[in-house]
Ligand binder design. Structure first.
Ligand code: NAP
Length: 314
């Protein structure tokens, strides 16, 4: 069901927490092809947004809403997205697209059946240096890849108890951003071979992960994720080519160095890019639902060794 008029697409937000306020609201407002109509959330009421306590109340008051962005924690995303698709609305899923692969695939099939757009968003893929990294890799045989994603959960996720609950994914919540870049820059399937999942004794999701993967072409990929990193925060991917070339993509994909020399440093503009993509998908009646980063996380949980870590206290 493409939007063939030139009028802005009317959007409703579901879940008005940190990411909705920091990124979705400003990105929608800055895009002339989109119009933020209202939002809903059990408690949060950001200033300047017409608010409701749940999605059905919002849609009853604003039947003109054509598309919904689901910015809740992942555990409730499938139920809400299914209701949104059933109501004939286009859907933008925050990452991760659902709590399980089964839920994500069911949403993709249901969106196709309903003839509406589904975007399984991966914001890190819109970081400025991701395209140049993909091009550099496409021209070379690779020797190895090392992903290092280390941040301080207390700094970036204060009060977000859902993150260590079942389905919250723990350190895979940021780590899946690295995996979304990895699966975009490597034009090959990446499979998990070994994963060490360090899970605090009072939590249900890992706080630290060390993972060995390999591309189907045989390139080893190591990933180290840590949620207790203090001081310097690291969101980097290091690639080594067979010809000796070295690439470093850092600060979440905003800085690119090749053979030790800086070649790109640009400000982060992920959400404006994501919303432009969502609008294009709606205008052309298409969907974009790639679950390969979620599959790697699912495989890590399936294959991983669980190691008890000290209790986590916020
Ligand atoms: P958050 O600050 O905890 O916000 C989540 C919001 O969802 C809360 O405001 C909560 O409501 C609301 N909510 C919970 N259940 C709901 C329901 N049934 N219906 C409607 N709203 C509901 O979390 P966040 O950091 O924004 O993260 C949300 C998602 O965005 C996660 O999947 C995360 O991975 C992703 N994300 C986060 C970041 C980041 O930097 N934080 C970056 C990119 C993507 P109330 O507060 O009203 O109770």
């Amino acid at each position: 069901m493409a939007n063939s008029t030139n009028k802005p697409v009317k959007i409703g937000l579901v879940g008005l927490g940190k990411i909705a306020v920091d990124q979705h609201i400003p990105a929608i407002r800055a895009n002339p092809n989109l119009e933020l109509v209202a939002g809903c959330s059990p408690h949060a009421r950001p200033e300047g947004v017409v608010g409701y306590s749940d999605m059905q109340a919002m849609l009853a008051a604003h039947p003109e809403i054509e598309a919904l962005a689901i910015c809740t924690p992942p555990q409730v995303r499938h139920r809400i997205a299914k209701e949104a698709l059933a109501a004939g609305r286009h859907v933008f899923l925050e990452k991760p697209p659902a709590a399980t692969l089964g839920e994500a695939e069911a949403l993709r099939d249901f969106a196709a059946e309903r003839g509406v757009t589904l975007l399984a968003s991966w914001h890190s893929r819109f970081a400025p240096a991701v395209g140049a990294t993909r091009d550099w890799i496409a021209q070379r045989a690779l020797k190895s890849i090392h992903v290092v994603w280390k941040e301080n959960v207390r700094q970036w996720h204060p009060g977000q108890a859902w993150i260590f609950a079942p389905g919250g994914m723990g350190v895979f919540d940021p780590g899946i951003n690295a995996l979304s870049i990895l699966t975009r820059i490597v034009g090959d399937t990446v499979v998990v071979k070994k994963a060490d999942l360090h899970i605090p004794v009072n939590c249900d999701a890992p706080i630290e992960v060390g993972m060995d993967m390999v591309t189907e072409g045989g390139v080893p990929v190591r990933a180290d994720f840590d949620f207790l990193q203090e001081n310097l925060q690291t969101w980097s991917i290091f690639v080594e080519a067979e010809d000796g070339g070295k690439l470093a993509l850092s600060m979440g994909g905003t800085i690119l160095e090749i053979d030790g020399k800086p070649v790109m440093q640009e400000p982060e503009r992920e959400y404006p890019g994501l919303y432009a993509h969502f609008h294009e998908l709606i205008a052309s009646g298409a969907s974009d639902a790639d679950f390969s980063p979620l599959r790697i996380v699912a495989d890590a949980f399936m294959l991983g060794k669980r190691i008890a870590a000290p209790a986590y206290v916020e």
